[in-house]
Design a protein around this ligand. Structure first.
Ligand code: ADP
Ligand code: MG
Length: 696
């Protein structure tokens, strides 16, 4: 039985453990490093490493690893044992400060997007003391950043940490103007809501497409999809409940505050939300959550699918990224306050976000652009690919009043003046009515809903932090020079609403009218990842990231290259998997079944009086479709072959997003139609119905 008091966080070298096991000065010095990021003295690191090792060994741990997040999107680890042989034949368990602080994994097989070719072939991992070490199995995991020897980031964590520094720096400038003390820092918090599918392992193992690609490449629509919507918040089946229980307990023991779990809209779809934390921790914890979800599933005879769109025509999976900005004094800067001063601050931060989102629609879109998410954005029940902000009617009305009102100095009694008047109160729960917006204000946080279920949240959050930091820095430049601070704030808020009104949309984002309206407003509509990703390394974006020290020019370019490369690779693997499955599974099934039908037809024909219309019609349709199948198969094979002629990655990505993609769709169309004709026992793949309702 899990005991909340003693088992929660028991696998984490957290503050309580540190306090207990470290000498006071060492503890203080480590705390300082964690809060202010000053480098740790090696003497201190040695003591910390020793304490960590002793704590871990007591729990049966034999190995340690630098746990990092390379650009592959999954986490990487290389286990090394603590074992240190002694001259007398014994071994002792040893772990030094040097081993804690820095590691040198063989970096050559991790993607670098050209960075290592230009600089240095090796990479290193560096301890991130702001995320505590933890135990997984018999391994002590030390969260680290991963860089090239020349210092270029090769991972997802480094730019995130840098973006936290950027928003802290610019946020503090603003807070200082509001009279806040030097000791108060600005942080961003994130709560991720993770969607996933659970299916029976036996059907999973029969679907090579799920095994190779994480999604079904074929599958005719089932007669009962999610039409009845009887799964949402429905009763959780016992096997799933047992899985969720172990998942929760494992997460809790790792100090991951898993909070809610429920069934989602689609059959076999579920959600897990964790309580929000500092963005760096939230990112590490979400990576761990996804890993554990996958790892424990087989114990229950299940397979966990984290792909954004495992089944065409059925709801996809997303990961709502709830983001807010707060002070270390515990105040949420997105909370409309009770006093005029708090409200002025709220409106200024709100304005910064509105301007940031409008100015950097491209970056936000890019931050969620993957081959997998392409199947989800714009599809059934998912945010469209157009970025807009939902504020809710009450808040939009307040902004409208400010926009149409007189200037701060000339205002009259009936007009709102920032920093003087209290905002009209608006009910919090009424802000969350719109479930269709990609970026919705939900009372005291923004919910970015375009994030795909399998994506690391590091990307979207380092972009969010950076674009908001940038606008805060522009606001600070202006306000630091202003004679009348509150008049300055008023002017900024008013100007922001006037200039960036187009990004605010409170209507139904899923409607066709919105797409037309958004175009009229001049908003970007980047339909697929290939279109979005090639904007990442634009001059504007390079300048932005360089200004805030988040990514260098070389890093921005290498990232764009990597993301596009990854996009191409995924489509390539999917195309090859399709070809393989068609040749080896579908074609034999179609030939075999057609032969059976023809056989039956001939037998019947030999008895002159029998009606053969069913058999002959079916044989005709099967043979017609076989012809189409053959043509589609050839087209896809040709499209894949020609891909080799593409000049660079940008061209390759464009080619795959059009030629290869369309050929894949045609082939799928033929196969899916054949599935509806071939007898159930002769079809080689479990059907959608069998998969979606496989967990009894
Ligand atoms: P829902 O979105 O389903 O209405 P909640 O609003 O309760 O549910 O929370 C959803 C997620 O948002 C949770 O992960 C929660 O921890 C997170 N969250 C709540 N408040 C904040 C905040 N101030 N900053 C960031 N995330 C938050
Ligand atoms: Mg939500």
């Amino acid at each position: 039985m899990f005991n909340m008091d003693t088992d929660y966080g028991s696998m984490v070298f957290n503050d309580v453990v540190m306090k207990k096991r470290l000498p006071k000065e060492i503890y203080e010095s480590l705390r300082k490093t964690m809060q202010t990021r000053v480098p740790l003295d090696i003497g201190v690191a040695n003591v910390v490493a020793g304490a960590m090792k002793n704590w871990a060994v007591e729990k049966g741990v034999t190995h340690f690893t630098h746990w990092f997040q390379p650009m592959t999107g999954v986490t990487a680890e290389k286990h090394e044992s603590f074992v240190s042989p002694q001259s007398d034949g014994r071994v002792i368990m040893d772990f030094s400060g040097k081993e804690l602080v820095k590691g040198e994994p063989d970096a050559s097989s991790f993607p670098s997007g050209g960075i290592r070719a230009t600089f240095e072939a090796r990479g290193y991992t560096a301890w991130d003391p702001t995320s505590p070490a933890f135990i997984k199995g018999n391994v002590l995991c030390i969260p680290t950043a991963f860089c090239a020897y020349s210092g270029e980031a090769l991972d997802k964590k480094t730019p995130l940490l840098r973006s936290m520094q950027a928003i802290s720096k610019e946020g503090r400038r603003i807070l200082k103007l509001f009279g806040e003390g030097e000791d108060v820092d600005v942080v961003t918090n994130v709560g991720a809501e993770q969607e996933y599918f659970l299916i029976d392992r036996s059907v999973y193992e029969k679907r090579l497409d799920l095994i190779y690609c994480g999604r079904t490449l074929f599958g005719a629509r089932p007669p009962k999809g999610q039409d009845l919507e009887d799964h949402y918040f429905g009763v959780i089946k016992p096997r799933v409940a047992a899985y969720m229980q172990e998942l929760d307990e494992t997460l809790w023991s790792l100090g991951i505050p898993s909070k809610t779990k429920h069934n989602e809209v689609a059959p076999a779809q579920h959600e897990l939300a964790q309580i929000y934390e500092s963005v760096n921790l939230a990112t590490d914890h979400n990576q761990l959550t996804m890993e554990i979800m996958r790892v424990i599933a087989p114990k229950y005879g299940l397979a966990c699918l984290l792909h954004e769109k495992p089944f065409a025509g059925v709801n996809g999976s997303g990961k709502h990224n709830n983001w807010s900005i707060a002070t270390t004094a515990g105040e949420n800067l997105l909370d409309p306050g009770k006093s005029p001063a708090q409200n002025a601050r709220f409106l200024l931060f709100l304005s910064a976000i509105i301007k940031a989102v409008d100015d950097h629609q491209d970056l936000l879109r890019t931050s969620v652009a993957t081959a997998a998410n392409d199947h989800r954005l714009g599809a059934n029940e998912a945010p469209p690919a157009i970025i807009s902000i939902f504020l809710g009617d009450e808040l939009a009305e307040i902004l409208e009043t400010i926009k149409s009102g007189a200037d701060y100095e000339q205002r009259n009694q009936s007009q709102l003046a920032i920093g003087v008047d209290v905002l009209p109160v608006f009910p919090k729960d009424s802000t969350d009515r719109n479930r269709t917006s990609p970026f919705a204000f939900t009372g005291n946080k923004f919910e970015f809903r375009m994030v795909g279920s399998s994506l690391s949240i590091a990307g979207p959050n380092f972009v969010l932090n950076t674009i908001v930091a940038d606008v805060l820095s522009q606001f600070a430049d202006e306000l630091e020079k202003a004679d009348d601070f509150l008049a300055g704030v008023h002017a900024i808020v008013k100007r922001t609403i006037t200039e960036h009104e187009r990004i605010i949309f409170n209507g139904n984002n899923y409607s066709a009218e919105w797409v037309a309206e958004a175009e009229k407003r001049g908003l970007m509509n980047l339909a697929n990842a290939s279109d979005a990703l090639r904007l990442f390394a634009s001059e504007k974006n390079v300048k932005l990231f360089e200004k805030h020290g988040v990514l260098s020019k070389a890093e921005v370019h290498s990232r764009e290259e990597l993301l596009l490369e990854n996009y191409v690779k995924i489509l390539h693997i999917e195309a090859l998997s399709m070809i393989d499955i068609v040749h080896r599974d579908i074609v034999p099934a179609v030939i075999g079944y057609t032969a059976k039908v023809i056989d039956a037809l001939n037998k019947k024909k030999s008895m002159a009086t029998l009606d053969v219309s069913l058999e002959s019609k079916l044989a005709e349709r099967l043979s017609g479709l076989s012809g189409t199948l053959q043509k589609d198969l050839e087209s896809l094979e040709e499209a894949v072959m020609k891909a080799a002629d593409c000049g660079d990655t940008v061209e390759s990505a464009r080619y795959y997003s059009t030629e290869v993609f369309y050929s894949m769709q045609s082939l799928r169309g033929s196969v899916d139609e054949l599935e509806t004709l071939v007898g159930k026992d002769d079809w080689p793949l479990p059907s959608y119905g069998e998969i979606l309702y496989s967990v009894k």
